[in-house]
Design a protein around this ligand. Structure first.
Ligand code: FAD
Ligand code: NAP
Length: 542
């Protein structure tokens, strides 16, 4: 365990050493700013440090889900698979830290538990569980939109005699389920990845499903060197083309531009088969209107449900696995052999949608009048997304106002980057940003570049403080909601982590912003208009 370090004053304190914190440190240093990163983890990598569960891998192709800020970096790194697995993603992020000499700026095993604005000084005090108290002019919260693990409060959990593991806190040592009876709770993106892997070992596997997910085959395979060479020959152009796509991914898909409603049943079938075969998110883009209208959505959903029925032998299980929600309500899952797993005799699907899990006993899980006796329970139950990591630490702005009070009715930011009353504090991939509706690495690079350029501008023009105006925040919140209102993400029957509805008591607010390219333009426009919506104050007035 490292001892308490006296980090001293810095220009920028960064909370989180995932991709966002790593790139933020690099950019801050190249801008001549002193900076220090804190992370409670024992290593760098954020998501890819914590989520070590078997089957964990990215759902955006690795040639896209990687940094584009340095041409040499992107040329020299080779990915083994189209969608790389967690160990390869973690190795990559460690490589980035070594390659750019970042390690000495990162303090690990250090949880930041308070971030307090010292109004007279115009600086932030960052307190950690190691007793550090660091003074910083700027704070960047790179705490992750999907880092605050959510374990449902099921009565009796502490009485369970076996092992309890959350996928986002997977042990470092291998977990052997051989000969064991295992329960997995949750069938979101994590569940569909971990379930086939646990099924390979467990003697009996119970999957407790509350909501059936749409899941598309990844089509994962070793990365073809020829495909890699083609992209690397024009990597910068490839990244630029992706940045112009609605979710900053998939510029390579050559998809139709006409409505699914204008296609004949045969044409639809052919088109859907083609994108299903391509793997990954291509299916959702088969026609441009699949996530725009209910009628179009239903046609794609019927195809996806027919696929499930064609894979899963038992009709009752296939029916239970067939999602009833609209495509786009929740994030689409990408899997490698998920539905096929239910054809294994030792894998049982348990419906907990109408009869929830009542309690955990020492022997297992009680659902209705049946107890499922197991040796281990795996929680694939997701995250308190977007706001969880921020609200789990004590952030206090002007007048000592806690962030929790400022966000009591729901999170409010300007551009997803800044909060009135919290000057010089920036959020990366925070609520109001398009982050989680994109290839997140692309959004992170854009956020970090904007923040660093802003700090440089402030220095060049003699400003010490930047703060979002309440009116700008209010208008931004309205904008985020207006854009979402017309989308199927916000369908009345939808309960997703985008809306905070996976966490009891969390205000139901659509948190991320739809529309990455328009967002980038808006951020640039704000700068051109002299940081419109912000108050900039000179060095003498914090
Ligand atoms: P993170 O990687 O989450 O890092 C945040 C860090 O902050 C963590 O290490 C955490 O320990 C630290 N932290 C938080 N609070 C504190 C505190 N108080 N004190 C100290 N440290 C703190 N996105 C995609 O675009 N494509 C994908 O394929 C994809 N796959 C994913 C798979 C999984 C299993 C999960 C959970 C998410 C996935 N995501 C994916 C989203 C993913 O979170 C982002 O792509 C990316 O990792 C976000 O980087 P980040 O640095 O913002 O946050
Ligand atoms: P999630 O999408 O929120 O899924 C959590 C699952 O747990 C859901 O099926 C949920 O059911 C269930 N659940 C929660 N509480 C429950 C309870 N009390 N009883 C029964 N079931 C319960 O979380 P996730 O799967 O970890 O994924 C979160 C996000 O991380 C993804 O959307 C994605 O952005 C990212 N991710 C990506 C990948 C990838 O493929 N690269 C992998 C993992 C995660 P309900 O739906 O009914 O709430």
């Amino acid at each position: 365990m490292p001892s308490k370090t006296d980090a001293g004053d810095v220009d920028v304190a960064i909370v989180g050493a995932g991709p966002a914190g790593i790139y933020m440190l690099h950019r801050a240093r190249t801008a001549g700013l002193s900076a220090r990163v804190f992370d409670s983890a024992g290593g760098v990598g954020g998501t890819w440090y914590w989520n070590r569960y078997p089957g964990a891998r990215c759902d955006v192709p690795s040639l896209e889900y990687s940094f584009g800020f340095d041409e040499d970096l992107q040329q020299e790194w080779s990915w083994p698979e189209k969608y790389s697995a967690q160990p390869d993603l973690l190795a990559y992020l460690n490589h980035v830290c070594d390659r750019f000499g970042l390690r000495d700026g990162i303090q690990l095993e250090t949880r930041v538990d308070s971030v307090t604005y010292d109004e007279p000084q115009g600086r932030w005090q960052v307190g950690t569980d190691r007793g550090d108290n660091v003074s910083a002019q700027f704070v960047v919260m790179a705490t992750g939109a999907l880092s605050a693990a959510n374990t449902p409060d099921i009565p009796g959990l502490d009485t369970f005699a076996g092992d309890v593991i959350h996928t986002a806190r997977w042990p470092h040592e291998p977990v052997d389920f051989s000969g064991k009876r295992v329960a997995v709770i949750g069938t979101g993106s994590t569940g569909v990845q971990v379930i086939p892997e646990i099924a390979k070992q467990a003697s009996e596997l119970f999957v407790l499903q509350r909501t059936a997910s749409y899941s598309l085959p990844s089509g994962n395979r070793p990365l073809d060197p020829a495909e890699e060479a083609v992209i690397k020959a024009r990597y910068a152009d490839f990244r630029a083309a992706n940045r112009l796509m609605p979710a900053a991914i998939g510029s390579l898909y050559q998809l139709r531009s006409t409505s699914v409603l204008d296609a004949t049943p045969e044409e639809r079938q052919l088109a859907f088969e083609e994108t299903w075969e391509m793997g990954g998110f291509a299916f959702v883009r088969t026609f441009p209107d699949l996530t725009l209208s209910h009628e179009a959505n239903k046609i794609a959903a019927d195809f996806a449900r027919a696929k499930i029925r064609s894979i899963v032998h038992d009709p009752a299980t296939a029916e239970l696995l067939s999602p009833k929600i609209v495509i786009g309500c929740k994030r689409m899952c990408i899997d490698s052999g998920y539905f096929e797993t239910y054809n294994l005799e030792h894998v049982h699907l348990v419906d907990v949608s109408t009869t929830p899990i009542q309690e955990v006993t020492s022997a297992g899980l009680r659902v209705g009048d049946r107890t499922y006796e197991v040796d281990a329970i795996v929680f694939a139950t997701g995250f308190d997304a977007m706001t969880g990591a921020l609200l789990r630490l004590d952030i206090r702005g002007r007048g000592g106002q806690p962030l929790g009070d400022a966000w009591a009715a729901g999170p409010g930011t300007y551009l997803g980057l800044s909060i009135p009353g919290f000057p010089n504090l920036f959020t990366i991939a925070g609520p109001g940003s398009p982050s989680v509706l994109t290839n997140v690495i692309v959004a992170i690079e854009q956020h970090v570049d904007w923040i660093t350029d802003c700090i440089e501008d402030m220095r060049d023009h003699g400003y010490s403080t930047i703060e979002a105006m309440p009116e700008a925040r209010d208008a931004w919140v309205v904008h985020v909601n207006e854009v979402a209102a017309d989308s199927l993400h916000n369908d009345p029957g939808c309960n997703s982590w985008y809306l905070g509805s996976n966490i009891e008591g969390k205000p139901r607010v659509f948190m991320p912003l739809l529309g990455f390219p328009a967002y980038v333009d808006r951020c640039e426009e704000v700068v051109v208009r002299g940081y419109e919506g912000f108050v900039l104050s000179p060095a003498s007035s914090p």
